[in-house]
Design a protein around this ligand. Structure first.
Ligand SMILES: C[S@@+](CC[C@H](N)C(=O)[O-])C[C@H]1O[C@@H](n2cnc3c(N)ncnc32)[C@H](O)[C@@H]1O
Length: 277
């Protein structure tokens, strides 16, 4: 089923489709890893039609600037150890704005359903009888692999890719299936793993993955300050020292193809890039 998009005519919001007047909606939108050029067209349209934008800490200013000038922007930063809003407060906020009849964009870094707690927000909307439309985004792993030229799957070398969290809900090390992640010829992408990198590497090696397995660390993927480090599983703990994130750790044989940041990143010759220069 096609969802009708809200659109903008001058500064006035025009809502297309047969939606009942006065009924608000929540758009759960993936903002991608940071580079505005990695937004989907659907995300851009939702943003341009929003009356309220509720965004988290990983969404860049350049992306927030794409929303209508008169849209209300509310930051609900949920960075590790600095929760400015609890998840249930955010859920209630989204429902309350939609009940006021507003077009609400909940803008989240990457993809809303990859370590983004998007499922909880969707459930809250459903429970409240509020329409919620999910717009996928480019998750950080895809941007990191693309920048470095490190394919997450690679014929004959990486037949599977697994996204895991490096951070346990209760703090500390995550409880993962190390034996399965330690098997060769697969890529393991670790989100939120900076503080547990050494411990995770130790677990994987302990479970049988070779310490010489190629590894890639990408900080601020897709952003102008992106940094890429090519290393090995055995040296992963040392490699992340001094990084402040956000960063991804990618472990697997296919990362032998990845290139570190000193190799000039490709520049996309587009009108938006030229305009930004
Ligand atoms: C709460 S998770 C959100 C993931 C997001 N929903 C996604 O799909 O990319 C936050 C973690 O994602 C990773 N991350 C997000 N943006 C990133 C970026 N631009 N570069 C590297 N890692 C990023 C980091 O591991 C960070 O700690």
């Amino acid at each position: 089923m096609k969802t009708k998009m809200p659109s903008q005519s001058g500064n006035r919001l025009v809502v297309l489709g047969s939606r009942k007047a006065g009924k608000g909606r929540v758009w759960l939108v993936g903002a991608g890893p940071g580079d505005p050029d990695l937004l989907t067209i659907k995300a851009l349209k939702a943003l341009q039609g929003a009356q309220v934008v509720v965004h988290d800490g990983l969404v860049s200013q350049a992306i927030l600037d794409l929303a209508a000038a008169d849209a209300r922007r509310i930051g609900v930063a949920k960075r590790k150890s600095r929760h400015s809003y609890a998840q249930d407060e955010i859920n209630r906020m989204l429902v309350a704005f939609a009940r006021e009849g507003l077009e609400v964009v909940r803008l989240k870094g990457g993809d809303p359903f990859i370590f983004g707690r998007g499922g909880e927000e969707l459930e809250a909307c459903r429970a409240a009888g509020v329409e919620c439309i999910v717009v996928p985004g480019v998750t950080a792993a895809l941007a990191a692999g693309a920048s470095a030229g490190g394919p997450l799957t690679h014929r004959g070398v990486a037949q599977a890719v697994t996204f895991v969290t490096g951070h346990a809900a209760s703090g500390g090390e995550p409880d993962l299936d190390w034996a399965s992640l330690a098997r060769a010829n697969q890529t393991v992408v670790i989100y939120m793993g900076l503080s547990t990198a050494a411990a995770i590497a130790g677990r994987l090696i302990g479970a049988g993955r070779a310490a010489s397995t190629p590894a890639l660390v990408v900080e601020n993927a897709s952003l102008p300050n992106e940094a890429r480090i090519v290393t090995t599983l055995g040296a992963l703990g040392e490699a992340v020292a001094g990084l402040a994130g956000p960063a991804l750790l990618i472990v697997g044989e296919a990362m032998a193809l990845a290139q570190a940041s000193d190799i000039a990143a490709a520049v996309i010759p587009s009108t938006t890039q030229a305009a930004r220069a």
